[in-house]
Design a protein around this ligand. Structure first.
Ligand SMILES: *Cc1c(COP(=O)(O)O)cnc(C)c1O
Length: 488
């Protein structure tokens, strides 16, 4: 698999790069992203072959098909990270909640959100490459709550990689904050920042662009990479669980080979949805990918009327904070795939200079061949959580946004897979409120839900409340630079 660039080549960067190169330095010409030049085909034979495979076996065969420049033993060691999930034999359970609705639970990893699905193996691969090349990397992460813990967890004690993680002080749940500030490893650095997520992210962006920061890195021989989903190293692992969903429905005789299904994906940066799109493009029988959002519903607009318009919007804080995003990075990879690099560059330049762009009606039609979209308000999500709790299934607020898409967007009554991206334990005060019980903090919510709904709270969550706090620093956003310098 070779990689090309979404905005074309600037004549300075290489025209084609390998998988390793794309993940070690993920920024492409003109501020674009790397995308595979070609995707392998997924035929019935491949799917039939894996009817009884474990998740790891399926994943390894898929990665081998992709023909990336990573040794087979490294891939196997990376995939062995799934052995630490709740059930090593079945890291991604698929649970039926309606006759034709199945929830693929992507949150059974160490940090209880779907970010582990990709970051766990990705972190192992990146660190192995750094070691092999004898290079040192810095990963900077600004997080609204799920990327931070998953990035720290995957690079914990890995050689040749340091992680600096910035989170908005007071802007995450207690569980999310504790997952970060209790991480104890000498290569991990965590700072709370006074301000909200946008302040934190903007401060990080200006640091990354600053000359003295880049010169200091160079002088110290440190390279910069990224662990967010602009990095294709995450996307490749986010294709596999969509194939797995189809195989599970087939194995359980809910569908026959070739039958189409819907996939419902709760989206922010569109990485999960991009994985579904690539799986469909490779040949997985998917009728459509249904995108769900919260009130930051810019993706709903984009997919229903072709307008991507930041100018009329400001970010609103919702109970599904991992989707409180307006600039959705992976939309660019869809634009490239559908309309080519020239048009992508034109649209992305429009977005940068005018804060908006609009697809033509022909382009919109092409986009809607694969996607449809809807959004839910916080109240609607709480209703959904309450409704399904009564039927015995507890879901987190991100997953709850999917139910409306499942109920309203399907043109045919096809079996549908909904992706559950976080465990309820990460957003327990919201879930508790949806069940009719107001609480002040996570620990009270976890206790109340555990007793009233008879659910287990996993050990890695309960333990957080008694672990020593390692990273207690809360800094002003104007001092991010000196604080980062101090760890290099
Ligand atoms: C990151 C995240 C999302 C959004 O996923 P994208 O790939 O960025 O679209 C949704 N839900 C949860 C819980 C997340 O952590």
């Amino acid at each position: 698999m070779r990689f090309i660039e979404t905005r074309g080549n600037d004549g300075i960067k290489a025209k084609y790069v390998t998988f390793s190169e794309a993940i070690l330095s993920p920024s492409a010409s003109f501020g674009g992203l790397y995308v595979p030049e070609q995707l392998p085909k997924l035929d019935d034979e491949f799917i039939a072959k894996h009817l009884d495979s474990s998740y790891k076996t399926l994943a390894l065969d898929f990665l081998t098909k992709c023909d990336i420049d990573i040794d087979n033993d490294i891939l196997q060691e990376a995939l062995a990270r799934y052995d630490a999930f709740d059930d090593a034999a079945n890291p991604v359970p698929v649970v039926q909640i309606e006759d034709d609705c199945f929830v693929s639970e992507l949150y059974h990893g160490p940090t209880r959100a779907f970010k582990d699905m990709a970051l766990q193996p990705f972190g192992y691969i990146l660190s192995s490459l750094a070691k092999k090349r004898d290079e040192n990397y810095l990963i900077m992460a600004a997080t609204s709550g799920d990327t931070g813990p998953a990035t720290l967890e995957t690079f914990k004690n890995q050689s040749n990689v340091k992680v600096a993680c910035l989170y908005p002080d007071g802007g995450t749940s207690d569980v999310q904050r504790l997952q970060m500030v209790t991480e104890d490893a000498s290569n991990l650095f965590v700072f709370g920042v006074k301000g909200d997520f946008d302040d934190t992210q903007n401060a990080l962006k200006s640091l990354l662009a600053s000359e003295d920061f880049n010169e200091t890195l160079k002088a110290k021989n440190i390279k910069l990479s990224a662990a967010n989903s602009v990095n294709f190293g995450r996307i490749i692992f986010q294709i596999i669980y969509h194939i797995h969903s189809y195989i599970v429905l087939l194995r359980d005789k809910k569908i026959s080979m070739g039958d189409k299904i819907y996939l419902v994906v709760p989206s922010g940066n569109f990485g999960n949805a991009l994985g579904a799109y690539y799986a469909k493009k490779m040949g997985l029988p998917v009728a459509k990918i249904l995108i769900s959002s919260n009130r930051n519903n810019i993706l709903t607009d984009w997919i229903t009327n072709g307008a991507y318009d930041l100018t009329s919007r400001h970010l609103v804080h919702t109970i599904s904070p991992a989707m409180d995003i307006l600039k959705s990075s992976n939309v660019e990879r869809i634009l490239f795939d559908k309309f080519g690099y020239e048009r992508t560059k034109e649209l992305m330049d429009d977005l940068a200079s005018n804060g908006k762009y609009e697809l033509t009606s022909e382009e919109l039609e092409v986009l809607r061949e694969d996607f449809d979209a809807s959004f839910s308000t916080d109240e609607e999500c709480e209703d959904v959580i309450g409704e399904y709790a009564k039927k015995g299934y507890i879901m987190d607020p991100h997953t709850a946004t999917c139910i409306r898409a499942y109920k309203t967007l399907r043109e045919q009554k096809l079996p549908t897979v909904v992706y559950s991206t976080a465990e309820w334990t990460k957003f327990s005060p919201t879930v508790s409120r949806a069940l009719g019980h107001e609480v002040k903090n996570d620990i009270d919510a976890l206790d109340w839900i555990k007793d009233h709904v008879h659910l287990k709270v996993p050990k890695m969550v309960t333990e957080l409340f008694s672990k020593p706090l390692i990273h207690e620093k809360v800094i002003d956003k104007n001092t991010i630079k000196e604080n980062i310098f101090s760890i290099l």
